[in-house]
Design a protein around this ligand. Structure first.
Ligand code: AMP
Length: 469
């Protein structure tokens, strides 16, 4: 489950908003008891019909904020695309689709469609023929559909730009402009962004109408993310990562490198030392990428080593640490990176390794962040004698997925009812098109493999593989 429990004293109740009773009931069923700060700040304005520029990052509840607003503008009886959400990546688009679907459950038959690159066109064209109320997608693919005439935005009344800063980072300005120009002028536009680089003002000026701005001063940010800096020589940089892991023992760590080559080198070093480490960068094909993300999110991989571009759109609820293996070239990037730890109600570490050559950049980061960096020495990290760090879970891949109509419940049922494991020993279950991934406690992995190979899932024998390279 990705739902993050909110602190008891969170915010005002959703019932203070002009929302239909069915929506309020659904929110309660979802366990959304109170509004998160971004929801409390943006929903009254958005539900009153204003255009909005809201500063919010992943984990703040921003998806629900714009989803509730676009659902409020929607007429379920009108079967035409009335809302469009633009996202930087497929992963984010899929998460947004899930959240919109959950929130749309209060109404019958609201159809949400995801249109992203990296998937074949034909099924998308078929789905568009069938029609939808809401489309969530990436700018490039949406543009393709507009060019082919397969996407009709005439009935649109809400446009959402999610993670607008990242879309700009990825060079989507022109694509966004092309898509927006095909939207009716009469509409509500909601823009969400973690940071405000220059391009955001440009987007707002070009495509929004007297937008209201919602900025949150993050009261907890400073205490929730503990930033520590370590001075390193170039020849000790990669080794320093394992010193940090052994000392602080974070279950899930996202390590950022500035180049693909550095990612590869670090993963090699970590693996040689026995860590469960995987790399995520632009050279992976979509299937490998999906598998890496599943394994990291289900806690069977301790360290994910990524470039900034590859890590975009990655949404991991529990991330104990971020390591800046290299100091990021841009200040905004540094903020993005460390903002991934310490989400919602969890604390997080942000470690930065800096060589003498990088001190200037650290100085700029300090200045921009208005803090004084706290420095520690590598030699102070006591790791000797500690057990090596292992992930709590392992991933079993089952050949067969959505194509075979496998659902998470089928796998959970097989492991618990038929094979005698406790539900608590089973972690996340991800069903992809052709594969299903199930995380199990590391201690039962071998036995689970044995029983799954000998047993049946959904009445059929299955091929299984333990992922541990
Ligand atoms: P987001 O920032 O949209 O990625 O949301 C982060 C997580 O918080 C998601 O898993 C949501 O389901 C969850 N969430 C959003 N709003 C609330 C709320 N008001 N109460 C509890 N959980 C929430």
């Amino acid at each position: 489950m990705s739902t993050s429990p909110m602190p008891a004293d969170a915010g005002p109740a959703f019932a203070t908003l002009p929302l239909p009773p069915a929506t309020l009931e659904n929110l309660q069923r979802l366990g959304y008891e109170a509004m998160t700060p971004i929801q409390a700040a943006s929903l009254p304005l958005a539900l009153a019909g204003h255009d909005l520029i809201a500063q919010a990052k992943t984990g703040s509840g921003k998806t629900a904020a714009f989803s509730l607003a676009l659902l409020a503008n929607l007429n379920p009886r009108r079967f035409a695309i009335q809302a469009l959400v633009l996202c930087p990546t497929r992963e984010l688009a899929e998460q947004v689709t899930q959240e919109v679907r959950r929130l749309a459950r209060a109404e019958d038959h609201i159809k949400v469609l995801t249109l992203c690159g990296g998937s074949t066109m034909r099924p998308q064209l078929a789905s568009l023929e069938h029609g939808a109320h809401i489309v969530v997608g990436t700018p490039g693919r949406l543009m393709d559909h507009l060019e082919r005439g397969s996407l009709d935005l005439e009935a649109l009344n809400t446009l959402v730009l999610d993670e607008a800063d990242r879309m700009l980072d990825m060079g989507f300005f022109d694509d966004i402009a092309t898509v927006v120009k095909q939207c009716p002028k009469q509409r509500q536009t909601l823009l969400f962004s973690a940071t405000y680089p220059e391009g955001i003002a440009k987007l707002a000026a070009a495509f929004m109408r007297e937008p209201k701005e919602v900025k949150l001063v993050e009261r907890h940010a400073a205490t929730k993310i503990r930033q520590l800096f370590f001075e390193v020589r170039e020849d000790e940089r990669l080794h320093a990562v394992s010193l940090l892991l052994d000392h602080y023992r974070p279950v899930s760590t996202l390590a950022f490198c500035n180049t693909k080559q550095q990612c590869r080198d670090l993963v090699q070093v970590l693996r040689a030392q026995g860590y469960a480490a995987l790399e995520l960068h632009g050279d992976l094909d979509q299937r490998d990428r999906d598998q890496v993300m599943v394994r990291f999110a289900n806690r069977s991989c301790s360290v994910l080593v990524a470039t900034d571009i590859a890590a975009r759109g990655l949404d991991i609820a529990q991330l104990e640490a971020v390591i800046n293996v290299d100091v990021s070239p841009e200040i905004d990037t540094h903020t993005h990176r460390i903002g991934r730890t310490g989400r919602v109600d969890a604390e997080g570490w942000a470690f930065t390794l800096a060589s003498m050559d990088e001190m200037g950049r650290v100085g700029m980061i300090e200045k921009a962040g208005g803090f004084e960096s706290e420095w520690k020495k590598l030699a102070e990290l006591a790791s000797a004698g500690k057990e090596p760090l292992h992930p709590p879970m392992r991933t079993i891949q089952i050949v067969g997925g959505r194509k075979e109509k496998i659902r998470p419940g089928d796998v959970l049922g097989a492991l618990t009812k038929d094979m005698g494991f406790a539900g608590t020993q089973i972690g996340k279950i991800n069903v992809n098109e052709f594969s299903t991934y199930v995380a199990v406690e590391a201690g039962i992995a071998a036995e689970a493999m044995k029983r799954l190979s000998a047993g049946k899932v959904k009445g059929r024998s299955v091929k299984v593989r333990l992922l541990d390279d």
